[in-house]
Design a protein around this ligand. Structure first.
Ligand SMILES: Cc1cc2nc3c(=O)[nH]c(=O)nc-3n(C[C@H](O)[C@H](O)[C@H](O)COP(=O)(O)OP(=O)(O)OC[C@H]3O[C@@H](n4cnc5c(N)ncnc54)[C@H](O)[C@@H]3O)c2cc1C
Length: 426
């Protein structure tokens, strides 16, 4: 009989893990506390409403020199890309201290090759998946442009381009005319940009629906409305996962192996088995314009404003901000306003009216203090594998994460080194 793996979390990381586990012949059950309609609504899990970027260009971890100082400067402006809701939280303080300590040049040097390799491998996995699914996920390989409105922004991005090339990646520094040539028909307020041709993008909602349908067709069991509230532990680790169905009686789901991929909630769930995984939810927002007047062709980041703009077919998705405010479910209008104003600064022909209309969405990024995912088996709980903490690039890193989870659970040699992402590193 095939061994049974219970995957906690039906976000993109949980689905990609289930995909690679099923391919290796495991029986797989995926648990999620949300209903089967979890992709709809203003506050769906992070995997649905995100900007859809696949980012080999993002090899600098979030914990990097200068990030804390920049964050503190932004704190004073309610429309800025970053905010920490002041509160007395031991978790937040410890996380902040670790984040500050991790932000060194040495950490960036050590992490950049790994993040680049993971993102490139993930992009290739997406290409293979798209082939296998016969399309339908909106995958396009047009690269990504970091658009710069200031000379200082362009100089900083040019340094990243240099680093990319030193690591074997590709990056091209563009002046304003070269950016305009990439985006004919769009009026842009920029002094230049850096184009990363190895990036790609897709439609995250379409991806989630297609992968879930494929998994269901392949015999993966999904249990929605099943909130994980505890674990039964034995000598070999987890014997059973306790789930609380909405309005129902607690049940135990048993498996030989458990994969914990619950996004920003992973830290809370890990605590139930005595595992400390420092994690903060980083809230961000997106707006999706159905038929925008200015439809950029290459996915772009408005560098100074930290706003992402992605064309998804006929639509345009604009998103950003990083709010460290705990699991506060409300939307902060000033933050959304900050995104709208930034978009209009870079694209002066986008109108207030078209930016006021579209549906808004917000989700929580799972942030580890050093900007690296948690990936691997727990030493403390031997049959538990963690796959989380991907922060701003969970969509991008999900396929390679799923592949590495499959390898770890099957006892194979991981195809990329995972030591730096160790689950018990803090
Ligand atoms: C505005 C914004 C833009 C972004 N843009 C990009 C981008 O362009 N590219 C990119 O790579 N990344 C992007 N991200 C980040 C990306 O969305 C996340 O890193 C990624 O979706 C995380 O996936 P996940 O599967 O780990 O978590 P999630 O998608 O959050 O899934 C976790 C799942 O676990 C479930 N769960 C939680 N608790 C329990 C429980 N107790 N029991 C059972 N189930 C539970 C949840 O219901 C959820 O379905 C963006 C994020 C935001 C907010």
């Amino acid at each position: 009989m095939s061994r049974h793996v219970v995957v906690i979390g039906a976000g993109v990381v949980g689905l990609m893990s289930a995909y690679h586990l099923r391919r290796r012949g495991f029986a797989v059950t995926v648990l999620d506390r949300e209903g089967a309609d979890r992709g709809s609504g203003e506050q769906a899990p992070a995997s649905y409403g995100n900007a859809g970027m696949i980012v080999p260009s993002h090899f600098v971890p979030l914990a990097a020199p200068g990030v804390v100082a920049q964050g503190l400067r932004w704190m004073a402006d309610p429309k800025s890309p970053f905010y920490v809701r002041p509160r007395l939280s031991a978790d937040l303080l410890t996380w902040g201290w670790r984040f500050w300590r991790a932000g060194t040049a040495a950490h960036v040097r050590a992490s950049a090759p790994l993040l680049l390799a993971l993102n490139l491998a993930s992009r290739d996995e997406y290409v293979a998946l798209d082939d296998e699914l016969g399309g339908g996920i909106g995958l396009e390989r047009l690269g990504l442009t970091m658009l710069c409105a200031t000379q200082h922004g362009l100089e900083e991005e040019a340094k990243v381009a240099e680093m990319a090339r030193a690591l074997g990646g590709r990056a091209e520094v563009l002046d304003a005319a070269a950016v305009r040539a990439l985006e004919p028909g769009i009026e842009l307020n920029v002094v230049g940009g850096v184009h990363f041709p190895d990036d790609a993008h897709l439609d995250p909602g379409a991806l989630m629906r297609a992968v879930q349908a494929r998994l269901q067709a392949d015999g993966v069991e999904f249990r929605f409305g099943a909130r994980v509230v505890g674990f039964e532990l034995g000598d070999r680790g987890v014997r059973g996962v306790t789930v609380r169905p909405a309005g129902g009686v607690d049940e135990t789901v048993t498996g030989d192996e458990v994969v914990l991929a619950a996004g920003a909630w992973t830290g809370r769930i890990a605590r139930l088995v005595g595992l400390s995984l420092p994690m903060q939810p980083g809230k961000g927002y997106t707006l999706t314009l159905e038929s925008p007047s200015q439809r950029l062709s290459v996915p772009s980041i408005l560098t100074e404003a930290r706003v992402a703009v992605t064309r998804m077919g006929e639509r345009l998705r604009i998103g950003g901000t990083m709010e460290l405010g705990g699991f506060d479910e409300g939307a902060n209008d000033l933050r959304v306003r900050g995104i709208v104003e930034a978009a209009r600064r870079y694209f002066p022909r986008l109108t207030e009216a078209e930016l006021a209309e579209p549906p808004r969405w917000h989700g929580f990024r799972p942030l580890s203090p050093d900007g690296l995912p948690y990936l691997g088996r727990s030493r403390r709980v031997p049959n538990l594998t963690v796959a989380s903490g991907h922060g701003m690039m969970g969509l991008s890193l999900a396929p390679i994460t799923g592949k590495l989870v499959g390898e770890v659970v099957a006892g194979e040699e991981p195809s990329l080194p995972i030591g730096a992402m160790s689950v018990e590193r803090f």
